[in-house]
Design a protein around this ligand. Sequence first.
Ligand code: ASP
Length: 433
Amino acid sequence: MPWYKKLHWQIIIGLILGLIWGLISTQAGWNQFTSDFIRPVGTIFVNLLQLIAIPLVLASLVVGVTKLNNLTQLSRMGGKTIGIYMVTTVCAITIGLVSVNLIQPGKALPEETRVELMESYQENVEEREQTAEQALQRGPLQPLVDIVPPNVVSAMSSNANMLQVVFIAILLGIGLIQIEKAKSRHLVNFFDGFNDVIIKIVDYIMLLAPYGVFALLAAVIIDLAGDDLSRAVDLLFALGWYSLAVLIGLFLHMNLVYFTLFKIFSTMTLRNFFRGIRPAMLLGFSTSSSAATLPVTMERVEKNLGVEEEVSSFVLPVGATINMDGTSLYQAVAAVFIAQAVGMDLSIAQQLTIVLTATLASIGTAGVPGAGIIMLVIVLNSVQVPVEGIALILGVDRILDMCRTAVNITGDAAVAVAVASTEGKLSDGRFDD
Ligand code: ASP
């Protein structure tokens, strides 16, 4: 296949053209046109992905559970998944803390930039503070309560309820293994067929990916730059060290932690892993949403990395909801950066508190654009760093969100490979397109 026909190259070309279009648009005064006629293509693309996420998780997890040998295997897999998710998250936060303590971006921020940023983004902070406040007021067991829906239709009515859908699918699957084969056969066949149909639909949606990504990128650029591109560029430079601390952390995490994970649990090489997962990473980057990318992540992990459905259909939806390596790393860097910028020195004990709260905050972060910065409020509160400091990082948050989302998705896929390998459910992957 010529290189330009490969999916990831087509997405990269879409991405670059979208970037160029966005830049031309801001310079030529075409932002209204871009907003009216190009942005909707990206919205339609993301909507299509979101549309199939719940049916896909439901059908593939029901079929997955019925393929398991017994229920002990399910609970063992669940334990391993949560355990490895926790460990990779703590590693991510630690790498973030090392990166920000070495680079010290907060100390490099000029005083006048700090004052200017605080003034321009102040209003946007309050809204986020209120949302985080609501999350804080929930009881300690509320996340558990939220997994069990009181009503099937309400559970299926929002993609934010993914864990409820996982719960329903597991119950259905367990029920199907327990009843007579003669009775369960038809329903299992139904879900199996339904699952195949959805996977076909994912293939069709992916034909749209390069156009969708083009539109998404163009929209991001006009939102960021507005009519004043030079101000956006200045901002990027002013927060250059901070952004670099996040990016270096993300890069190290992907290369060190996932490499070690594969060394311990499987024979997968990092190169093959990235070859298999890259279209999903690129989509995560363009959409800034691990929830919206889920159908593509599932498809790539199964078809290209060779993870069997029993594992991927459980590990990935759970991961898209609770496992955010990129977000937790970013929250650690952001918290220390803000502390440095306002002249606070965080002690080792305070940095350990960040490890704990960023782990919890990332679990509570939804897989949608901009969710990470809301939960950052909780991390800041835990170490008494002024929440208003969020104003300092808002300007570059969208760009960093794109990068951390790509890492969030990679983390879910890496754990799926590790769990599948230990369960003997990893076959040879196709890796490339
Ligand atoms: N956008 C991220 C995600 O969907 C969450 C975040 O804001 O960090 O994974």
